[in-house]
Design a protein around this ligand. Sequence first.
Ligand SMILES: C[S@@+](CC[C@H](N)C(=O)[O-])C[C@H]1O[C@@H](n2cnc3c(N)ncnc32)[C@H](O)[C@@H]1O
Length: 176
Amino acid sequence: MTEESTKQKVRDAVGGTTDARGGPVDVVLSDMAPNMSGDYDLDHARSVHLVRQAFEVATDLLDSGGDFAAKVFDGQDLADLKADIEPEFEYVREVRPDASRDSSSELYLVAKHRLTAPVREGDVVEVTIDDMGEEGDGIAKVDGFTVFVSGVGEGETVEVRIDDVKPRFAFGQPAE
Ligand SMILES: C[S@@+](CC[C@H](N)C(=O)[O-])C[C@H]1O[C@@H](n2cnc3c(N)ncnc32)[C@H](O)[C@@H]1O
C-alpha cells in the first residue's frame, strides 16, 4: 500500500473515489504491520507510516458516514497521527482489544463517521436562512450541505459559528 500503483488498483476495484455525492465504500480496515526489526522506535514509525497509507485510501474512498479502523503500534507519533485523522471523522477512539497479547503494544484507531462536509467545527461562515425546520431552527445551505442555525429567522443573512458536524448536516449559532 506504499505504492501508488497499488492504491490505484484498489480505486479501480471499487469503482471510483469520493466526491461531493459520497464515496464507493463504507469501511476501510487495515491490519497492516511492518516486518519487525526489533528496534522499537523504528517499528513504531513504520507502523505509523502504514496507517497513513491506509488513511489516504480511506479519505479517497469512504462514503460520507463511513468508518476507518487501523492497527498501529503505540509510541511517540501516535498523538500526531490521531490528530491528523480526527478532523475527517466525527470521532476517533483508541481500542486495545482483549485479543491482543498483553506484551503487545498494538492498538486500533477506530475512526467513526467520515465527514465530507464543506464545514468543520469552529468555522465561521456567512449563510442565508432559506427555510425553517420543524423544531424552530433556521436552515441554511453551504455548498448544498445543510446547516441548522438556532435563534435566527427566515430570510436573515448571518455569520454562523459551526459547533457540531455530522455526516449529513451540521449545527451552528450566530457568531458573537
Ligand atoms: C498482522 S498481519 C495481517 C494478518 C491478516 N489480518 C490476516 O488475517 O491474514 C500484517 C500484514 O501486513 C502486511 N503488510 C505489511 N506491509 C504492507 C504494505 N506496505 N502494504 C500492504 N500490506 C502490508 C503484511 O503482508 C502482513 O500480511
